[in-house]
Design a binder for this molecule. Sequence first.
Ligand SMILES: *Cc1c(COP(=O)(O)O)cnc(C)c1O
Length: 669
Amino acid sequence: MNNETLLEEFLSLVEVERYQEHFCQDISNGKYFDFPLASIVTAEKRLRQEHEKGIAYFSMEYGLGPSFYNTFSSQIKLDRHNTIPPNTIFSNYRLADYFFDVNIDGLIDLPIYSGGLGVLAGDTVKTMADYKLPVVAVGILWHSGYFKQRFWYKHGQVPEKMHWHPHSYPGLIPLKNIVTIKLRDELIHLKLWKYYVYSYRRDYVIPLILLDAEIPQNNKKMKDLTDQLYRSDNAWIKIMQRIVLGYGGIAALKELGYCIDKYHLNEGHAIFSFVAKAKGLSETAMEKLKSKFYYTCHTPVEAGHDRFSNDDLSAVLDQEDFSLVKRFGKEKSGLINLTLLAMNTSAAINAVSKSHQRVMKAQFPEYKERIQYVTNGVHPYTWISAEFLKIFKEFPSYFEDIEGNPMVLSRAKDLKGSMEFRRKVWAAHQANKKTLCDVLGKWKLSPEVFTCCWARRIAAYKRPSLLLYEIEKVVDIAKRCGPLQIILAGKAHPNDNMGFTFINEMMDKVDSLSKEYDFLKIVILENYDMFLGKFLTCGVDVWLNNPLPPFEASGTSGMKAILNGVVQLSTLDGWVVEAEDKNVGVIFGYKNSGEKIGNELDLHMQDDSVALYGALEEMMKKYNATHNDGSVDLSSPWIDMMIDCIAAGAYFNTYRMLDEYKHAIWKVS
Ligand SMILES: *Cc1c(COP(=O)(O)O)cnc(C)c1O
């Protein structure tokens, strides 16, 4: 097809707003922000055909990382609002504090995610594109993102709004389409946007529809609904954000003419989509509808299960919708529980790891028989560093088509005996570590020194301060077995007071160590996000993961690390339970494997910090026996462990994960 017809076809399928005034430079000549336009036309046409049996994937958040994967380019100069803001650092190196000038003035990542759940959704959608599945994704356009974390001197975190500019973000396009949701007393109007998630070959796309309430048709209160992700100031706003996703998503799919056969809910946030579809149906039709819904639960933690009062819900929903919600979601306490609502209205329910399945069964014994599990994964091509991809390419008979078939990573094991491979693995790792040290230039970290990182959302059950619990012991280890470099990063939800306390405590402890900087360097990075995550997960020696078992449903950052030969230091929880016999690192601390799941606030800090220090010392000794003064013992067991990590990536990835969703959950070929 020639480019002009292609463009006409695209514009007839996708009603771009301000095409002539703004987007005609970037969408023309068969190109969409320099990616092939034909891939979009193919996918858009396919999703409008009934026999294709389309799947709608709903998620509150998407972490796509376009700053480092599938970056669109634009003819229009990058808007200053869409560039990476400067970050500060807090460390025990007094001279350099508060000046983080990484000189990368690139594009910010689409700020429509908060953490692991969003990154998983992004990695899943990318893999769906690689698999050419007939999927359309639904999410929300968060005008102020989640939040930008600022350190306030040494006193902790100040959350700020992100000020980005959707209208000039490369690859993001506003549509002319607007949908309206009718509630008990009010209307909400939602403008639709689109972002296209390309396959790695760029020959297919998954359209991501983003819903936006910030339009003149809405009053201020309604406009604010799509301002910040996970606002939790009151029940009303929580309910309304979920309504926007669920009802808005269904209305959008209809408005855009998509033929959908299955609805997948990435977390219960989107469960109002069922209510929207069930309205007015007979009992038989309702049963049929249930057979089209699929629900993935992502956390055993209390805060992850929404419960609302009857009053709060009936104030918003009309009578019929409220009855449906009550009928399927009411729990013993009388409250309405969105997890129950989702489980009662879905054909399949799944946990996100084997360990999480056990926990979920204990939490919801009545649903025991129905709870399956599909262990999470990461999109390999997004998270394998360029250095490691290069090595894999140098052994083509082992890692053939690694981008499209990460299962070949298991062949790393067959290369254990190759000194050439071992040397290259070590060299690639050192190169990644050097890049990270260069990024953190002023803090004078050295790629020759043992480096351990803890970076994730600050939540109590993840125990952010475990490593610093008895700071004198850390100093002692660093003195005896060091030097030691520690990198910490993480955001606490703005309404999580306990999270704030953790950050303050960590800063206080780090602040007390200025004299120890020669042998113990600790840096806390501001505003942990995918951009930093990309450097960190490949640039350190040891990835620390110390959640309180069994509250980490899966965890995925360690999976990014193993793809780059980064060794794990972890409690036995989440995905790590399935990696226990794979030699991916050292496991320590409290274990939970019985019927009782325990209390998420009983953190076992005392015992587990002792166990952690023991394990850390053991690892530092092993590392130092491998590597000393720039020379390295290539036959050492440490390098075996790095290779075993890489090989384990053959399982902990989104290709294996999607295969399981296809066969065991959606039952499609
Ligand atoms: C991968 C990732 C996460 C998930 O980390 P966990 O291991 O699940 O704690 C969170 N935030 C960012 C920015 C990530 O890239």
